[in-house]
Design a binder for this molecule. Structure first.
Ligand code: NAP
Length: 278
């Protein structure tokens, strides 16, 4: 009798838009692994129950998306060093002893895609990050390891940006401020990491952030340009991209942690979004 495929899922709220199931199924086909991957919509206060049900039923691993990366951090029995420093977990891995390991692959995913899609080297650049939620927590340390001249985190709730900057200050040049108090640019790279567009809200950003050399990266991904991408193009940014490449790269790292095999992300990108890899 053929054994049941191992079960994986992505959990979040909202979750209908997620492309993780098709990506992981493609990775499984590429690597000859037998998995089943689904979407789980959890109530805002229902994360723990949903995760317990999934692992009690034999689930092997979860991807965790907004707004649950902090809850996943609390849930994990042990965490990787990056996840420990970030205070956010986007990957849960069932261990053979019944415990659960928490990891964060967002930063690795962003860095790999910045290098592949934008051919960007971070060293000595001035970077602005918009947002101070779970995704930002995951990308700060990997970005700081590349030694930017400045990493400015701007957030609607100023205190969260300031707290994050303080938390990571030992790792490099980082400051925090409110969205209404961003130092004028131009920045070399602007990373959009808020969920404002999911609520159809704009950010009201000033016109002083972008110059002809500025590259803009939206963590959000869509089949059409996001509101941040529209704004960045209208401001004259040199390159503008969405977060689909990061999604693939962070997913590939999660897949590797679960299955010990590295999928081919360039091939996956060509298949899922033909002709978009420079
Ligand atoms: P999160 O933890 O819920 O954080 C949300 C962030 O958005 C907070 O900084 C919040 O500010 C800000 N925000 C929410 N509504 C806003 C508004 N109306 N105006 C201004 N700021 C607002 O979410 P997350 O996990 O960090 O995810 C952020 C985005 O990144 C999402 O779109 C997610 O899909 C995307 N993402 C993509 C990838 C990828 O692989 N491409 C990976 C991770 C995340 P406050 O602190 O003031 O509430």
């Amino acid at each position: 009798m053929t054994p049941e495929p191992d079960r994986y899922a992505v959990i979040g709220n909202p979750i209908a838009h997620s492309r993780s199931p098709e990506i992981h199924q493609l990775f499984a086909d590429q690597t000859g692994e037998s998995i089943r991957y689904e979407k789980i919509l959890a109530e805002r206060d229902g994360f723990k129950d949903a995760v317990a049900r999934f692992f009690d039923a034999g689930g092997r691993g979860l991807n965790v998306t907004l707004p649950f990366k902090g809850d996943a951090f609390e849930w994990a029995d042990q965490r990787t060093e990056l996840a420990e420093h970030a205070g956010a977990v986007n990957t849960l891995i069932a261990q053979d002893d019944g415990t659960c390991l928490g990891a964060n692959t967002d930063g690795i995913g962003l860095l790999r895609d910045l290098k592949k899609s934008l051919r960007l080297s971070i060293q000595d650049t001035r970077i602005l990050i918009l947002g101070a939620g779970g995704a930002t927590r995951g990308i700060l340390e990997p970005l700081l390891q590349e030694k930017p001249a400045l990493l400015l985190v701007a957030n609607r709730t100023t205190e969260r940006a300031e707290a994050l900057a303080k938390h990571f200050q030992a790792h490099g040049q980082i400051r925090g401020c409110g969205l209404d108090a961003i130092e004028p640019g131009p920045y070399d790279l602007i990373v959009h990491a808020t969920s404002a567009a999911l609520q159809d809200q704009g950010l009201g950003l000033p016109d002083t952030l972008i110059g002809p050399q500025t590259r803009c990266y939206d963590l959000l991904y869509r089949d059409t340009d996001t509101p941040f991408m529209h704004w960045a193009k209208a401001q004259g940014a040199s390159q503008v991209t969405d977060g689909f490449g990061m999604l693939l790269e962070q997913a590939a790292e999660s897949f590797y942690m679960w299955r010990g095999k590295r999928p081919d992300t360039a091939m996956a990108r060509n298949y899922l979004r033909p002709g978009t890899l420079p």
